[in-house]
Design a binder for this molecule. Structure first.
Ligand SMILES: CC(C)(COP(=O)(O)OP(=O)(O)OC[C@H]1O[C@@H](n2cnc3c(N)ncnc32)[C@H](O)[C@@H]1OP(=O)(O)O)[C@@H](O)C(=O)NCCC(=O)NCCS
Length: 151
């Protein structure tokens, strides 16, 4: 039977960020694996370098990673003020393992983290996976507009 391990990292994911730690706190070059996972399966995050990923993790309230042995197969993160607003970011599952309930596990872990549970509203942006998030209790916000300022 395939065993998957879901890790809920400490805020800012210091072990993953500094030492590439994976399951059982073992060094597994996790940052490089994260870079490759995003490059291959997250079209919006293909060009992130390791310095940027470190900054990204440091600025994340909740970080979840999903492992099959030493392979990083899923990832998701969230930011939250702990009371009013939280946002999910960068939810991704390796292409060959999609459609097996792993994405659901990642999102449910993010949503059950205390800083996200306590937020009055949880937001996310998606290009092509609205149906996935609707199954997890999200609604399309017809009454709001998404605005972007590109730096
Ligand atoms: C979107 C993604 C995270 C979903 O993960 P996954 O492991 O494939 O999804 P799951 O197997 O947990 O799916 C849960 C349910 O959502 C449905 N679903 C999955 N992807 C979907 C999509 N893009 N649109 C509509 N429904 C979807 C599944 O059919 C499943 O329904 P079921 O329970 O009735 O069978 C994954 O496909 C992925 O990484 N895609 C590429 C990156 C991406 O686009 N991420 C979204 C960023 S906002």
């Amino acid at each position: 039977m395939t065993r998957y391990r879901l890790l809920e990292h400490a805020p800012g994911a210091p072990g993953l960020r500094w030492f590439g730690l994976g399951p059982d706190l073992r060094p597994t070059r996790g940052l490089l694996k994260l870079q490759r996972l995003l490059r291959k399966h997250a079209f919006w995050a293909q060009d992130r370098n390791q310095y940027q990923l470190k900054r990204m993790l440091a600025g994340s309230t909740v970080v979840v990673s999903l492992w099959r042995g030493k392979r990083l197969v899923g990832f998701g993160r969230a930011t939250s003020d702990g009371i009013h607003r939280a946002v999910l970011w960068d939810v991704v599952v390796a292409g060959d393992l999609q459609g097996r309930g792993l994405g659901r596990r990642v999102v449910e872990a993010l949503l059950s983290a205390s800083a996200i549970r306590k937020a009055e509203r949880v937001y996310l942006m998606t290009t092509n996976s609205a149906g996935f998030y609707q199954q997890l209790g999200f609604d399309i916000a017809d009454h709001q507009q998404l605005l972007v300022r590109r730096q």
